[in-house]
Design a protein around this ligand. Sequence first.
Ligand code: TRP
Ligand code: ZN
Length: 882
Amino acid sequence: MRTETGQDVRLEDYKPTAFEIETVDLTFRLNPERTIVTSRLSLRRRSGAEKNSPLVLDGDELTFAGLKINDVAADESRFTATPSKLEVRDLPATEFFTLEITTEIAPVSNSKLMGLYRSSGVYCTQCEAEGFRRITYFLDRPDVLAIYSTRIEALAAEAPLLLSNGNPGETGDLGDGWHYAVWHDPHPKPSYLFALVAGDLSVVRDSFITKSGKPVALEIYVEHGKEAQASYAMDALKRSMKWDEDRFGREYDLSVFMIVAVSDFNMGAMENKGLNIFNDKYVLADADTATDADYANIEAIIAHEYFHNWTGNRITCRDWFQLCLKEGLTVYRDHEFSADMRSRPVKRIAEVRLLKAHQFPEDSGPLAHPVRPVRYSEINNFYTATVYEKGSEVVRMLATILGLKEFKNGLDLYFSRHDGDAATIEDFLACFEDATGADLSQFSVWYHQAGTPVITVGSNYDASERTLKVEIEQSVPATPGEERKKPMHIPLRFGLIAADGAEIEATGIAGVTTHGDVMHLKKRRHEIVFKGIQSRPVLSLNRSFSAPINIRYEQSSSDLSHLARFETEPYSRWQALNELAMRTLIAAAKSARAEKAVECGPALVESLIATLADDKLEPALRGQAITLPSEADIAREIGNNIDPDAIYTARNAVLDRIAADGSGTFSEIADTILPDEPYRPDADSAGRRALYLACLGYLTRTDTSAEDLLPIFRSADNMTILSGLLGLMAHRFPGSNATETALAEFEKRFSKNPLVIDKWMSVQATVPGSDTLGRVKHLMATPHFSIDNPNRVRALIGSFAAGNPTGFNRLDGDGYTFLAEQIVELDSRNPQVAARILTAMRSWKSLERQRREKARAALGMISGQESLSPDVRDITNRMLGQ
Ligand code: TRP
Ligand code: ZN
């Protein structure tokens, strides 16, 4: 939130509040148009706080309806109430006093989906980051921890179910069709973790016994008729609870844990204490409607929100600058969970692909910011890939540097020392220093400095001296407001691989400190000598992606092929292949740009096909191996003067070449790889389906036609294959009869299931080429679309802007104009979603000149609007460099 003077909020201005709130007693009298909220606060003046200083409570679009001080109606001279603020003066001189505040709110007209709103007739709340102030006036900041009791009153017919945080208390009848329920949460919490749900939903129940023997009732609430679709989420929840006990010793701390699925939600899910609220996309699944990727996301997000109970709720953030304290750490935890539940290398590949696709461009563009920022104008815009994904990588590096055992000791100290606190990144790092004796001062730069570090590597093997000399220089590119950068502590995992594939151990290493297979780069430049190397080795760097950096290293194609063949770590095998593919694709894109014929040398094709045919590798890895970097990946690596059409042409040429050379292998695998049992969403069978679809993709470039795909599409018994086939047909054979038939059949079959129709819309929005804009506009006019539902907006407009490089970046700029118009429209309803979708244009400055000018004009059109939300205003300003 911009402060009233229009200034940014700055970390250096942090001051604790003059008052503590010890307890909060809320009463909601629910009504769609006019809900009455009474909030009774017991306040305590902190020692040292000035006696006559006023109390200023945050509000946002509130209607004030009454104030009592120590149970006596306050005289109007003692307060000022506006929609965004309640200032109370002449407070009692005693240490303790109470305020009772009444507000009126209108859940039905709350289109921002922050605060109390209605989703398909269900009342629900979203309070992070600053939504609680849309319910009642409050000290709405994460360092104000209080004990909450909540009484909910509603018409029993409209809302038979009344839920809030904590443990259930008294319930009863109020006459006239009204009833009530009381909830009490014994754990002090910040307001952003408050939640309320009321409506008519079904429940799926299960239970869990914690490691110290306490029973926990598990409840997942879904729309009537969808009970069966909650069973996978329930299973994932129980596995998360067990895993957090086994791996981190963290036990659950209430007698009930509830999850509610709602269909209108700004993000993925929310970790409200004891009452997680989820976007239904991340709860509901069955073979007919969810893909393997949906199952994996559900598992990860259920775990993520559950893990927040310790990393976020028991220990929360002192202020929003510390967001990565809970998010980076919790993402690290959910990554580790998924790695343990599935395949660790496959999971690591997915993480690196995602980090590079979302965080690297953020870090190299106008929206770059440190993992722990020091200023913001709108906090909603800081729920970013940098805070979440890079934040997780920083925690992973800490574990790499300290070793898993010491890392665990540091984390144990963090849990014991800060339980019940609102903490900072400095507090967090101090725990690892105190528990292990390590000095993390240079490491902490990862939290404070934006930009992706680059290391430039040169190497030379001296046969007579039996040494390998390696020079490594690090630098960090300038980012907005940060020209000069400090050298960072980069933990770089490495290996030396001999001609026969054996791992080589040096007899000594000079010029850098190493621990096992990790070298610790700390200076701008290291000259490293590996001694006792009997034959020329191939250097493998950044194994397991130990640091989130870019590497410039002129390794020959044959060295990369060597690594792709012999690397013992499966992740690094993929990394070498991916690097080889990237080089080929960049060279191809340059040729295409110069309108020269695109060439694809044999090194890549041979390595790819050899990996594909290696049946000692799990299918999912082979699928990843043949999945080339995306058009956006190639654009990111080229970095400037981007022509998306040239990249598209080049990538297709390379794909065609691989398809031609590998057609025998592709068809053999496509014929045999699918599991021959009914659908199960486990990692192995998901990997088989992924490999199958990747092979089919290549086969559409040789002799498989749209007509050949149609019967496979029709006989699919699960959504992964069905939507995979639909995507292949739509993208490879747009406009063909078979494709149009498949689209029509799919639409008809799933027209009553919006989450599946979202897939249908995304497939169409991402068809390459300039014609797609017309299709998107047409789909927006169908009843499937609704601008008020974030999932629909993301599936159609979001997929088009962020997932269709040639379609969105049409040379005439109409893609940008369209997006700008939609952003303006969306902004008046849901600013958070509008701002998020607009970030699809964050790399506009790296486009070639003609497109860049069109993109600038579209951003200027948004910027020229008189009334914009702080959310969209902030993103537009930063993107335009203002
Ligand atoms: N804290 C949530 C998570 O990462 C995400 C979140 C933040 C959110 N703000 C939100 C979700 C607003 C919905 C709406 O787990
Ligand atoms: Zn989170």
